[in-house]
Design a protein around this ligand. Structure first.
Ligand SMILES: Nc1ncnc2c1ncn2[C@@H]1O[C@H](COP(=O)(O)OP(=O)(O)O)[C@@H](O)[C@H]1O
Ligand SMILES: [Mg+2]
Length: 253
């Protein structure tokens, strides 16, 4: 049985891709067999982790043109179901109401092969994001400290509640990560606002921060995770803390 976690926020540039790669790398390093699913048209996770976006990937699996087992690639740090350029057609193609169940169905067939499945999603509220919500056991929300960030977080809680009521998913928000954290009054204020929101919406969700460091960008050009390339950097340490919190929570029950 695997645990499927979607990293989601309809806003871009908040750390979804970085969080996906780091958490997956940490799970692998802790001895868990981990698959990353890249559902993002920009293919950042695929490229930054050394996957090949020109081999069949998540799009062809969702189209049922290839078995998921045959599309999974091995990278040095984890397995990946890559994003490919055709993913940009998904919103026009997966229009049947039942299409939102396609990812969940595909992942069910490999449920016994992985401990963790981590899904990177695209910005925007669209069909691919809905597929990820429905396939997920848990959602983690990376966020920045901008003014509009909280309303984006609220809409994720609202969308998940809607799907729960429709009995499409049981996914809860497992936690919120404030990324690129700095010791400024703006970040501290936003931290308090998010903590208050968690208390109202999902009191058992975690709130954790990842400190800002240039190492996060440098690793992307080197095609490795921080865990491998810059393991003593502040964000690498923070992501290990978050991964260990997740592992503790999910192995508690
Ligand atoms: N902790 C961090 N410190 C500094 N830069 C970061 C950190 N986390 C992410 N970044 C950078 O912020 C940008 C956006 O992050 P990314 O993970 O690509 O966000 P998203 O996937 O939500 O668009 C990238 O250039 C990334 O390298
Ligand atoms: Mg991204």
């Amino acid at each position: 049985m695997s645990v499927t976690i979607a990293l989601a926020n309809q806003k871009g540039g908040v750390g979804k891709t970085t969080s996906t790669i780091e958490l997956a790398a940490c799970f692998t390093n802790r001895g868990y067999k981990t698959l990353v699913v890249d559902l993002e048209q920009q293919m950042d996770t695929t490229k930054y982790s050394g996957g090949d976006p020109f081999k069949p990937g998540s799009y062809k699996v969702l189209k049922e043109e290839i078995n998921i087992e045959d599309a999974i690639q091995q990278t040095p740090e984890f397995d990946i179901l890559a994003a490919t350029p055709e993913l940009s057609k998904a919103d026009d193609e997966f229009t049947k109401p039942t299409d939102v169940l396609k990812l969940r169905k595909a992942l069910q067939s490999i449920d016994d092969s992985y401990d963790f499945i981590v899904i990177d999603t695209n910005p925007g509220r669209n069909r691919l994001l809905n597929m990820a919500y429905i396939a997920a056991d848990y959602v983690i929300i990376p966020t920045d400290a901008d003014d509009g960030s909280v309303s984006g977080i609220i809409s994720i809680f609202d969308d998940l509640n809607e799907y729960k009521e429709a009995k499409w998913t049981n996914a809860d928000v497992l936690g919120i990560i404030l990324t690129r954290f700095e010791n400024t009054s703006m970040h501290k204020y936003q931290q308090d606002v998010i903590k208050e929101l968690i208390a109202v919406k999902q009191p058992d969700a975690f709130f954790m921060t990842v400190r800002k460091a240039i190492a996060a960008s440098e690793c992307k050009t080197e095609r490795t995770s921080l865990q491998k390339g810059k393991k003593n950097s502040k964000p690498a340490i923070d992501y290990r803390r978050i991964a260990d919190t997740i592992i503790d929570r999910l192995t508690e029950d």
